[in-house]
Write a protein that binds this ligand. Structure first.
Ligand code: AMP
Length: 288
């Protein structure tokens, strides 16, 4: 049997109410489809913590600017459903645009705090669109947990902050980034890379790893960041940002940071924008 796909909100609510009545738990994995092993690991994690795993597939127009890749974003529902069946997904929530944003829809969540800087400096519309659709998905599905990837670390932090700020009765669970054998973070957008770009792409992981190692061993962080940017540019990237931030709040570093840090990067390779990040659990601080 194939995975059940629901596109209608009443049918979704009937299913989740039946699970609740039976005392069963369920975890939600929000996605935009074009699924890869990273997404499938999120489903496995949801399944390991709850009776049921629900995957939403919705390419959210509200988080794309008009000049971005909404129209050419990869879509493969049949392939996605086959993969989800393999990992034991119980239900796919795949609303049409008119179900998510019906005529007259006019409310938007505006996250601040962790949403400030980094991605927002280059995609100012992005986290408003993400927070709005996630809040809707959470109230539509009503899960016990929602699972997100550290691959989109700022997004994970913004969603955690929203759930806390709005007292949503659920828990956010993060999963470490799933990578290709050469270190490149798996991403639906990797499909845009030409073979030559694909060969260069793992440089982005090498650079965040180097900056993280420098921070961990007490090197001056600004020097490590400048060196990392130069390495990326030499490899053919155009860098949007390469920054080291507080891992919990994503606040910019103060002169005397304490606690874990996160190195975050976004850079273009040709027409493809890649992001990555890595943690520094126990930084040695000798200078910024
Ligand atoms: P997307 O479909 O790209 O919006 O991503 C849906 C979810 O999958 C988000 O929580 C992402 O952070 C997560 N995700 C995407 N790529 C990876 C990866 N390589 N490893 C872990 N999680 C990922």
């Amino acid at each position: 049997m194939s995975v059940a796909v629901i596109r209608d909100l009443d049918a979704l609510r009937r299913q989740t109410a039946a699970w609740r009545k039976a005392g069963e738990t369920f975890g939600l994995v929000p996605t935009m489809g074009a699924l890869h092993e990273g997404h499938l690991d999120l489903v496995r994690l949801a399944k390991s913590q709850c009776t049921h795993a629900v995957v939403s597939i919705f390419v959210n127009p509200a988080q794309f600017a008009p000049h971005e890749d909404f129209d050419r974003y990869p879509r493969d529902e049949a392939g996605d459903l086959a993969k989800l069946k393999r990992v034991g997904c119980d239900l796919v929530w795949s609303p049409d645009r008119s179900v998510m944003y019906p005529e007259g829809f006019a409310t938007r969540i505006v996250p601040a705090g962790a949403a400030e800087g980094l991605e927002s400096d280059f995609r100012p519309h992005f986290f408003g669109g993400v927070a709005t659709v996630c809040c809707k998905l959470f109230t539509q599905v009503g899960p016990d947990i929602a699972v997100f990837g550290e691959k989109d670390y700022q997004q994970l932090t913004v969603v955690r902050q929203m759930v806390r700020d709005l007292d949503l009765p659920m828990r956010i669970v993060g999963l470490p980034t799933v990578r290709e054998a050469d270190g490149l973070a798996m991403s639906s957008r990797n499909a845009y890379l030409t073979p030559d770009e694909r060969a260069v792409a793992p440089t982005i992981y090498r650079v965040v790893s180097q900056v993280a190692e420098a921070a961990a061993s007490g090197d001056v962080i600004a020097a490590a960041v400048a060196g990392g940017k130069a390495d990326l540019e030499a490899a053919g990237f155009k860098v949007d940002y390469l920054e080291v931030r507080d891992a919990k709040t994503l606040a910019p570093l103060t002169t005397d940071p304490d606690g874990p840090l996160r190195v975050l990067v976004a850079a273009w390779l040709g027409k493809t924008r890649l992001i990555d990040n890595i943690g520094v659990a126990h930084p040695l601080h000798r200078g910024l």
